[in-house]
Structure formats: structure tokens, C-alpha cells
Design a protein around this ligand. Structure first.
Ligand code: F6P
Length: 323
């Protein structure tokens, strides 16, 4: 394989740049001509594809976002869009791809391979941590740290005023960001989509804290929780328990930005390196993951179909430690 293109796709995640750098430099070290596709599948269709040298990825390992930019492409979902994308690659002689993205990006890559035979390897880049086959996705650790920083600050003002804050975090339909950040900020309650939320139980828990003279309360709500978002939860709780003056905070896209943590830079670098090595060795349509600190490979079909399950011991831990 003489020419490989790399692109970032879907929601950006801190550490994507570290992964991109590893892909480009490993490819060049192995004698491959490397290309960068700008704006994901959208840019591929439009031919926004440039050769990449080692110096093009200098000074990016510490940067959040993605220097290749990203997009969610509707056009690539169509037969015509994929045909044009393939045409753009073919005319440059590009034979292999590395996609850094989430489940939608991997599903697109699988279809693309089935239609045109182009070989692809994937690196899991998403803050949601919702891919099966890796302990952590690139960006998850940084996002959790961003949430922790914000919640610690909110706790200061919550305690000063004796208030309750209902804080919504991202994660799409997964609760990993909520669970991990909730434990390490000492949240009184953590609501995640993987478990059913009973508002009655939540109210009892908050009442019990109030009776035990807790000076503030923090409830972390994953955006995909079955009870709704933070505003819905606040409304349902306040109807029946209004001892605390309540405020709602939706952290939003702040969770996607910022300089990547050491952990995200490290797994991004390891995964990017491995994606190229394995693509050259003949592997195809698999996601590179890190499981128990070892590089592992999972077919796209499996990585996108299953969820890493929530560790229920962590939920129990959160309940005991926040009492
Ligand atoms: O998948 C990453 C993510 O940040 C999710 O947590 C969130 O639900 C979604 O993307 C937001 O997407 P957008 O940036 O398109 O609004």
C-alpha cells in the first residue's frame, strides 16, 4: 500500500490531533505517501484532500479539536455521495484509509469498504466512550476532566448559597461521562441512561441529605437519561421537594474542547501508530482499542453494535461515598 489518507469525522474530541500526528508520522516512517482529508466524508466527496508531511503535524499534539476539521456528512449516506468520494480517492491513487471518529464514522467506513473494496482502519475518537472494544475512547478522559473542573467550581457557589445544582453533561445515549465525573466530584446523585431513573428515589435521597444538613447538592444528569435533561429533572424534583434553591447548568460543548490530557495523547498516539501498522499488515474494517493497557482490535460491526457496559460497582461506590 503506497498511499493512505487519514481523516477525522463526527464530533471532534481532544486527542484527535495526537492520533493524526501518529498516523501521519508512522505512515511516512514506513515509506507511505500520506494524505489528509479535510472535513471528514464531506471533504472527501468534495476532493478536499492534501498530501501530508511530517512537519504538517508539528506542534499539534497539545491542541484540542482537529486540525483536519470534522463534519457529519449527509451526502456520504447516499450512493452518489460515496461514488464521488471513491472517485476522489481513486484519482489520487489512495488505497487505504484511517478514520478517527465514532460509531457513525465506522458504519460509513464499513459500507464504503463493502461497495468499493477500499481498506480502512479506525481509531475511536469521541468524548462519549460509547464504543465496544476499548476501555477508553480518545477524548473521554479530557472531557471528564473538563466536567470535573466545572463541577468543582459550581460546588463552591452551591455550598456558599446552600443550593442544589442539576448539571447536564454530554454522552449521547451513554452515561460514562456522568458516572466518572459524578464519582470524582462527590455528586449526591448521578442519573445515567443505562439504569432506570426513579424520581421518587432521587427525591428521597435529596431529602435525606437535607435532613442530614448537607449544605449543597449536586445532581449530574447524562443528556440521554430516561428522566429527560437537567431542566426536566429540576422541574420534576422541584414540584415535590423545594427545600434547596435550585439552579440548572447545561455544560454543553465546553466538554468537547481544550488541550487533551496526557492519557488522551498517549492512547491517541498508540492507536494511530497501530492503525497504520495493521493496515499495512493487511487488517481491515477494524477499530484499534486499548483494553487493559494492551492494543486490541474489534471489527467495526461489533464496535458499533455493542456498548461497553457500565461498571455497576462504580454506581455502588458513588452511592456509598456521597452519603
Ligand atoms: O458524540 C459527541 C457529542 O458531543 C455527544 O456527546 C453529543 O450528544 C453530540 O456530540 C452533540 O453533537 P453536535 O456537536 O452535533 O451538537
Amino acid at each position: 500500500m503506497k498511499k493512505i489518507a487519514v481523516f477525522t469525522s463526527g464530533g471532534d474530541a481532544p486527542g484527535m490531533n495526537a492520533c493524526l500526528r501518529a498516523v501521519v508520522r508512522t505512515g511516512i516512517a514506513r515509506g507511505v505517501e500520506m494524505y489528509g482529508v479535510y472535513r471528514g466524508y464531506e471533504g472527501m466527496i468534495e476532493g478536499d484532500i492534501e498530501p501530508m508531511q511530517a512537519r504538517d503535524v508539528s506542534n499539534i499534539i497539545q491542541k484540542g479539536g482537529t486540525v483536519l476539521k470534522s463534519a457529519r456528512s449527509e451526502a456520504f449516506r447516499t450512493v452518489e455521495g460515496r461514488a464521488e468520494a471513491f472517485h476522489q480517492l481513486e484519482k489520487r491513487g489512495i488505497e487505504g484509509l484511517v478514520v478517527i471518529g465514532g460509531d457513525g464514522s465506522f458504519r460509513g467506513a464499513q459500507v464504503f469498504h463493502e461497495e468499493y473494496g477500499i481498506r480502512v482502519m479506525g481509531c475511536p475518537g469521541t468524548i462519549d466512550n460509547d464504543l465496544f472494544g476499548t476501555d477508553h475512547t480518545i477524548g473521554f478522559d479530557t472531557a471528564v476532566n473538563t466536567v470535573v473542573d466545572a463541577v468543582d467550581k459550581i460546588r463552591d457557589t452551591a455550598t456558599s448559597h446552600g443550593r442544589m445544582f442539576i448539571i447536564e453533561v454530554m454522552g449521547r445515549d451513554a452515561g460514562f461521562i456522568a458516572l466518572h465525573s459524578g464519582i470524582v466530584t462527590g455528586a449526591e446523585a448521578i442519573l445515567i441512561p443505562e439504569t432506570v431513573t426513579y424520581i421518587d428515589e432521587l427525591i428521597e435521597l435529596l431529602k435525606s441529605g437535607w435532613n442530614r444538613k448537607k449544605s449543597s447538592a449536586i445532581v449530574i444528569v447524562a443528556e440521554g437519561d430516561d428522566a429527560g435533561g437537567a431542566f426536566d429533572v429540576a422541574e420534576k424534583v422541584n414540584e415535590r421537594f423545594d427545600k434547596y434553591d435550585t439552579r440548572v447548568v447545561v455544560l454543553g460543548h465546553i466538554q468537547r474542547g481544550g488541550s487533551p490530557s496526557a492519557h488522551d495523547r498517549l492512547i491517541g498516539s498508540r492507536m494511530g501508530h497501530s492503525a497504520i501498522m495493521e493496515l499495512l499488515a493487511g487488517r481491515n474494517c477494524e477499530m484499534v482499542g486499548v483494553v487493559h493497557n494492551q492494543i486490541r482490535f474489534t471489527p467495526f460491526s461489533k464496535a458499533t453494535k455493542f456498548h461497553t457496559s457500565i461498571d455497576h460497582q462504580l454506581l455502588d461506590l458513588a452511592a456509598v461515598l456521597s452519603s
